[in-house]
Design a protein. Structure first.
Lengths: 391, 299
């Protein structure tokens, strides 16, 4: 689950990491009050940042500077009117503008290959890390945190030296790098990315420079949300489609695509394979849908509602290989769903494995079109969709 | 012969007294797997599986009293990583974790304990492994339906569950039997990788051909392909990769893609496998034919 910059900032702040003295506003008047406070504390300018879960908000006009409280109010009003990549802006973050000397990239993330928490740093902050990796892979330094001890001090030093830091900044960097790993572990985050980690002027510290986490991106592990009740309320309802929400609440894994053949499958690998074979047979899948293991009739009916909510669906392919899932339960669910559904769409059903014989009897009695092999099912579904004007 | 599970497997089921654990233990026992113990903390002293299997509070006790050498974990997600660590620290050498939805940071810690004790972990979120035997019996650990198997000499390794069943069924239908079928699980962090599995199969004299079933995401297939190209020249090998038509970028945060290398697309994986001498199928139903084309002969 992605969370907004404002909440990511809060996670870093709770861990004692240096973040801007920012606050969230939902109205222009609130933005003005926050700006007044920041100016009173010595800010020369404030930055107003739209809180939306998409990239490119700066280009879309969602990040603006303001030099006075009145200016801040007007700017916040304008940004709160915006819709960025179809997402309405409901909140802005108001922060003191920083004078940036240099930008660093720093991230802690779960890495499949090393099977641990990987920490990556680069002196080329401010740009996308993929860009850095493509241009100059040697500019990125990496350490895998200790599985129980977190990022150890020598590892943090190696990263800091690796991107050319010395003295006071190195010390600050080491504390922040270890802190990101701590945040990742304690918040169950897949990704904690600070970009930029900015070097700013700080007359009050030795060396006259200081590091600050100017922007942060955090993704939380969906499997661990149960043990973070505060994080669960951070789910952005605006960025979630109602159908996606129903699927999530039903425990169904659903991704909408733009084709005409609705697919209902058990198991992610088999679901992907079903999409592949529909595509190979000349059709276009309308969705990825995995009903999971052991689905009962009511879950099958819910999956059918989710598929049919997409008006582009002209045919449905049901492909079930029973293991934990019982074929007869799926057949009952399909019969139940058909009795309830408002829109009639042709369907081809393939059920093999556990209780397939019982399922076959139910399907035959119900008059369902069936298929034996997966290839045959895909071809039939494509033909049915074509007959219905889809492809 | 086979890999990981066979007639010497002495299985402890962690979570035997639960609904899933109890049901699948019954299925495993019916197929011929020797289940010697169950573990449920607080339920020690009871008898599970219709009164035939002793239940212990700790895995250590189960190992000491029954000689269990393999574990199958059905413990709910919140406690499953701890169950893995307990099994490894108690002398179990082969650990299958069926549980799905384990928080990924928990797995980082559990895997370190597994490595410390030198155990083999398969999964989590995997269907387990089956070594088919004669007369419809054999050894299975996990949840793979017994009915799809035929004893033989083709090793199968897969990241998926039901897709594996599909592929194995198509082999069985074509009269091609399996030495061992292994599902390694689809989570971001797993114990046994494709490469580890290929190494195990390569050392098994009873395995005369290989089937690898991969998916988009990560770079485990590419890493396995690179190893296979060097070391498996003597074995006919075929593969299937799911997700050719899947949209990109729907699962991981953006920094994930670069550390995993070539970005995990199906086309990259297929190219890597073909370069390593695998024949890659466009549908699981083509696997039996491709095995024959790759030089495999039924015995």
């Amino acid at each position: 689950m992605k969370i907004h910059e404002a909440e990511a900032r809060e996670l870093l702040a709770r861990a004692g990491l240096p973040v801007p003295d920012a606050e969230v506003a939902t109205t222009p008047a609130d933005a003005r009050a926050i700006a007044e406070r920041l100016f009173a504390q010595g800010a020369s300018q404030v930055v107003i940042k739209a809180q939306v879960l998409v990239g490119g908000r700066g280009k879309a006009g969602g990040v603006k500077l303001a030099a006075t409280a009145t200016d801040a109010e007007a700017t916040a009003a304008a940004i709160l009117e915006l819709t960025i990549k179809e997402l309405p802006v409901r909140r802005v973050l108001v922060a003191p503008a920083a004078t940036i000397l240099r930008e660093i990239y720093l991230a802690a993330l779960i890495d499949r290959s090393t099977r641990g928490v990987l920490v990556m740093a680069s002196a080329a902050g401010g740009m996308e890390i993929e860009e850095v990796a493509a241009k100059d892979p040697s500019a990125i330094v990496r350490e895998v945190a200790h599985p129980h001890g977190g990022l150890l001090p020598f590892q943090a030093r190696r990263l800091g030296f690796g991107i050319g830091l010395r003295g006071e900044l190195l010390k600050q960097f080491c504390a922040i790098a270890a802190g990101l790993v701590k945040v990742a572990r304690e918040s169950d985050a897949d990704l904690v990315e600070v970009n930029p980690l900015a070097v700013v002027q700080a007359p009050d510290v030795p060396g006259g420079e200081r590091l600050i986490c100017l922007d942060a991106k955090v993704t939380l592990d969906d499997s661990a949300l149960d043990r973070h009740p505060t994080a669960a309320v951070w789910r952005d309802a605006d960025s979630e489609d109602p159908i996606d929400r129903e699927a999530r609440e039903q425990g169904i894994s659903y991704i909408r695509l733009d084709g005409s053949i609705g697919c209902m499958v058990n198991g992610a690998g088999l679901a992907m394979t079903t999409l592949d074979l529909v595509t190979r047979a000349g059709g276009r899948p309308a969705n990825f849908l995995d009903i999971g293991g052991g689905a009962r009739a009511d879950k099958v009916a819910a999956a059918m509602r989710i598929i049919l909510a997409d008006s582009g669906v002209k045919a449905i392919l049901v492909n079930i290989f029973g293991g934990i899932t019982r074929g007869d339960e799926v057949a009952k669910g399909l019969i139940e769903a058909r009795a309830q559904q408002e829109r009639v769409v042709p369907m081809v059903v393939r059920i093999v494995g556990t209780r397939a014989a019982e399922a076959a009897i139910l399907l035959r009695e119900g008059g369902f079109e069936t298929a034996n092999s997966l290839d045959e099912a895909a071809e039939k579904a494509v033909a049915l969709a074509a007959a219905g004007g889809g492809r | 012969m086979s890999i990981l599970v066979d007639q010497h497997t002495r299985l402890v089921v962690q979570g035997l007294t639960g609904r899933e654990g109890g049901f699948h233990a019954g299925q495993m026992a019916a197929y011929g797997t020797k289940i010697v113990a169950g573990v449920t903390p607080g339920r020690g002293g009871e008898m599970g599986l219709d009164g035939t299997v002793p239940v212990f509070d700790t895995v250590r006790e189960a190992v000491e009293k029954t000689g269990a050498n393999t574990s199958c974990i059905f413990v709910p997600a919140a406690g499953a990583a701890d169950a893995i660590a307990e099994a490894a620290a108690s002398g179990v050498t082969t650990i299958f974790c069926i549980t799905e939805g384990i928080p990924v940071h928990d797995m980082v810690g559990a895997l370190a304990v597994v490595q410390q004790y030198g155990a083999h972990l398969i999964g989590p979120n995997c269907p387990g492994a089956t070594t088919p035997g004669v007369n419809g019996l054999g050894t299975k650990v996990g949840i793979i339906p017994a009915s799809i198997h035929l004893p033989g000499d083709v090793g199968v390794v897969s990241r998926s569950g039901t897709l594996t069943y599909e592929a194995v069924q198509s082999m069985t239908d074509a009269g091609i039997g399996q030495s061992t079928c292994l599902g390694i699980g689809g989570d971001p962090i797993i114990g046994t990788t494709f490469r580890d599995a290929l190494e195990l199969f390569a050392a098994d004299p009873a395995t005369r051909a290989l089937v690898l079933i991969g998916e988009i995401g990560g770079s485990a297939e590419e890493e396995a392909a690179a190893w296979a190209g060097e070391h498996l020249k003597h074995l006919p090998r075929v593969a299937f990769i799911a997700g050719r038509a899947a949209p990109e970028g729907r699962r991981m945060g953006h920094a994930g893609a670069i550390v995993s290398g070539a970005s995990g697309r199906a086309a990259d994986k297929i190219a890597a496998l073909e370069a390593a001498g695998f024949k890659v199928a466009a549908s699981p139903t083509e696997l039996p034919r491709l095995l024959i084309e790759a030089g495999y002969t039924k015995r």
